[in-house]
Design a binder for this molecule. Structure first.
Ligand code: F6R
Length: 260
């Protein structure tokens, strides 16, 4: 795991650099997209670079991490709608190539199995963007999730529903109880994982993910088993790290050609 501690805007630029370099090398790259606040700076950066003519997403396809169960097609917080607004509408990525788990499916296990297959059929995810929950979830794999899990239905914890109430007019009762999420094994199959976190509220989860034991209690800790993970943090999110100074020194001394 590589840990980079920089101001949030700089981490957004680093993540965008990695995505642009990937698309340069592989114009039909498969991106894994996260919703929530953490990747918004990256999406702004990608939109800016697209406007400047520096990158085209015309050949790219994308898979969402997760989706709420039961939110109506047109609901603004449906993650497919969120990602269209935050990213897809601002670049030349074809909405038909943006896939997400179907939170309105009649047969949920079948929809989840089909989603897994669609990722495989696309050749797998080249670069997966992630945020992390205050309880250590990635996707919506809440504490206690199987480390070998695949796309399935999950129940959100009370904490996650409180954390996400800000997207539902601060009314926790409007936050759905269920979601469909890529599993921890699904996420771990991506070839490069770029996780962003900002603010002190994430500090304990980040510490457990990077420096704690691998445990279903802190689901993001499964990423310690992945060969290529970039963890991009601001000072607040890095505040609990035991080896913070080492991570800073390592990044400072890193040869530029290496990228993330
Ligand atoms: C979103 C997702 C979640 C968020 C996490 C952090 O698609 O899968 O794991 O990344 O809840 O949310 P923010 O970024 O809003 O703090």
């Amino acid at each position: 795991m590589e840990v980079v501690i920089k101001p949030a805007q700089e981490t957004a630029r680093l993540a965008a650099d990695a995505i642009v370099a990937l698309i340069d090398a592989k114009p039909d790259a498969v991106l894994g997209l996260a919703t929530g606040s953490s990747p918004l700076g990256v999406y702004d950066e990608l939109a800016k670079r697209h406007r400047a003519g520096e990158v085209s997403f015309a050949g790219v396809s994308a898979f969402l991490l997760d989706e709420y169960v039961g939110l109506a097609q047109e609901h603004p917080q449906r993650y497919r709608n969120v990602i269209l607004t935050e990213l897809v509408d601002r670049i030349d990525l074809d909405p038909a190539r943006v896939h997400g788990p179907d939170g309105l499916a009649q047969d949920i296990p079948l929809a989840c199995a089909r989603y897994e297959q669609a990722i495989v059929d696309a050749g797998g995810v080249d670069l997966q963007l992630l945020g992390i929950g205050t309880d250590g979830h990635i996707g919506f794999n809440e504490p206690g999730s199987s480390l070998a899990s695949r796309t399935r239905i999950k129940t959100l914890t009370g904490q996650t529903r409180v954390d996400n109430a800000r997207f539902f007019d601060d009314d926790v009762d409007r936050v759905p109880h269920h979601c469909l999420t890529q599993g921890l094994a699904t996420i771990s199959a991506a070839r490069h994982i770029v996780l962003l976190a900002q603010g002190g509220g994430k500090a304990e989860a980040v510490h457990q993910m990077v420096e704690g034991p691998v445990s279903a209690m802190w689901p993001a800790s499964i990423l310690q088993h992945h060969p290529h993970v970039s963890v991009l943090l601001d000072e607040g999110a890095a505040a609990r790290l035991q080896l913070g100074d080492y991570y800073r020194q390592a990044f400072q001394a890193k040869p530029e050609w290496q990228g993330l």
